[in-house]
Write a protein that binds this ligand. Structure first.
Ligand code: NG1
Ligand code: MG
Length: 460
């Protein structure tokens, strides 16, 4: 089992100075307590495969250097005390055996509670110890780079270490994918798997049912650049994300029923594809032939499945669903199934030796963005503008990354064009726009990124 190993002492690495400073800050914050451990969980940038992990399909992200770090020590009693090096995040304390998670406000520490809850769920018979924790994060928030999952993973990891629990990285990833749902978003498992299982130097193909990762070597000569659109969306506080998850589920259930299979148990496109023994493309064709372009009402879906609207809500949706909600089933399936194919093609091209590899990867990324924007409708005016500017500035491909509706884009750029690309995008999107916020944030909003490593822990 590939469990999380704990190194003795702060390792010599590019983070060494930051680690030492954090340990110093912990001592200032909690003067009576010796810091015992440090653990770290990275964010990720998704190169391709958007909004398909929760449909059961493989995705292709890589971990980034930006991360969440926790320095911590056991408490004598049950109390968990958490503070953050950034003073905008308020401190809290609660009882490790008795707390609730509120997703109405989605405060930063609610994600930390999710991680602890995941460990409580798995190790129900253990009495967990309290801890004093100092958190430091460098992942921009609500930017599609998985700051939320990094915090959940970091919390779950700290809780295992604080209680002497050994867990494999895959189990930790799966547990965190489940417990992040306590915050209210019905995500797949991409972010937690990337954070737990990444290897430095490689992107990764993540497949689900069961969770598996394969390292993907990116072609020599390409660079990936992340650019922030400087608009944010809090997925836990809006319903865009969960509506998309519901649309994929309802579409699957209608198609499943049309094939005479059990729509109550088959809820993800991948499960239907497997049950039918079809290829992705065969399912895509069937979906396009079967689903109409006009959005569906709850009444219509319930009628197609021969149940009442109330029954449909209790089987497939949340009780809080707005009954007037319209569901775009055809467009969403077209995106999911074409995107699932693009991920496999992207992997194949990375593994091949063709001379035009970079152009092909770029083209797949552009197609992915188009599909996210037009079919999945998870882009934004700013992200469309930013990705256009990136393409005009020399990117071979550019797309939104993460859930979308704001946040970051990722672009594929030839190594030799990198500096000029950054200069052009900086001028066009940030400095010469009419928005002073963009000019002020230009420097922190563009960064090239290499595939980073996954979680690790240090005994101090
Ligand atoms: P971000 O970008 O971190 O909000 C979300 C989901 C992923 C995946 C992507 C879209 C969570 C924790 N993360 O990521 O599982 O569905 O959107 O591809 O819900
Ligand atoms: Mg997130």
């Amino acid at each position: 089992m590939d469990s999380v190993s704990i190194a003795d002492g702060i390792p010599q690495n590019p983070n060494e100075e930051r680690f030492k400073q954090l340990v110093g800050k912990f001592r200032t914050k909690y003067p009576d307590t010796q810091p015992q451990f440090l653990c770290r969980a990275p964010g990720r940038v998704n190169l391709i495969g958007e909004h398909i992990d929760y449909c059961g399909y493989s995705v292709l992200p890589m971990a980034v250097d930006q991360d969440i770090i926790a320095v911590f020590a056991a408490n004598d009693g049950n109390e968990v005390q958490i503070s953050n090096t950034d003073p905008i995040f308020k401190e809290v304390s609660f009882d490790i055996g008795d707390f609730s998670i509120s997703y109405e406000k989605s405060d930063w520490f609610e994600y930390f509670k999710c991680g602890i809850q995941g460990i409580r769920d798995k190790y129900v018979d253990r009495k967990l110890k309290g801890m004093k924790v100092l958190i430091d994060g460098t992942i921009p928030r609500s930017a599609g780079l998985s700051s939320s999952s990094a915090l959940v993973v970091c919390a779950a990891l700290a809780t295992t270490i604080n209680n002497g629990i050994t867990i494999s990285k895959s189990d930790l990833a799966e547990l965190c994918a489940e417990c992040e749902k306590y915050i209210g978003t019905q995500g797949g498992g991409m972010d937690q798997a990337a954070s737990c299982l990444a290897h430095s130097g490689s992107a990764m193909l993540i497949s689900f049912n069961p969770l598996k990762t394969q390292d993907v070597t990116l072609p020599v000569g390409c660079a990936f650049v992340v650019t922030h659109s400087l608009t944010e969306v809090n997925k836990a506080a809006t319903d865009h994300f969960n509506i998309r998850v519901s649309e994929c589920r309802l579409a699957t259930q209608i198609l499943t029923h049309a094939k005479g299979l059990d729509w109550r148990t088959i809820r993800k496109p991948y499960e239907l594809q497997t049950a039918l023994g079809w290829t992705i493309t065969e399912l895509e064709k069937f979906a396009i032939d079967s689903l109409h372009e006009v959005p569906y009402t709850l009444d219509e879906v319930a009628g197609l499945l021969n149940v009442s609207v109330d029954e449909l809500i209790s089987i497939s949706l949340k009780a809080t669903i707005n009954r007037e909600q319209k569901f775009e089933l055809c467009k969403r399936m077209k995106h999911v199934l074409s995107e699932a194919n693009r991920v496999l093609l992207f992997k194949q091209v990375c593994d091949s030796n063709t001379h035009d590899r970079l152009e092909t990867l770029g083209e797949l990324m552009n197609q992915s963005h188009n599909s996210c924007s037009r079919l999945y409708e998870c882009s934004s005016r700013e992200l469309d503008e930013l990705t256009d500017i990136c393409r005009q500035s020399g990117a071979l491909g550019s797309r939104l990354t993460g859930a979308g509706w704001g946040g970051c884009a990722v672009s594929l750029v030839r190594q030799e064009d990198l500096h000029e690309f950054i200069r052009n995008v900086r001028d066009k999107f940030y400095l010469n726009s009419n928005d002073p916020k963009r000019a002020n944030k230009a420097d922190q909003s563009i960064f090239p990124t290499l595939p980073g490593c996954g979680i690790y822990a240090v005994r101090l």
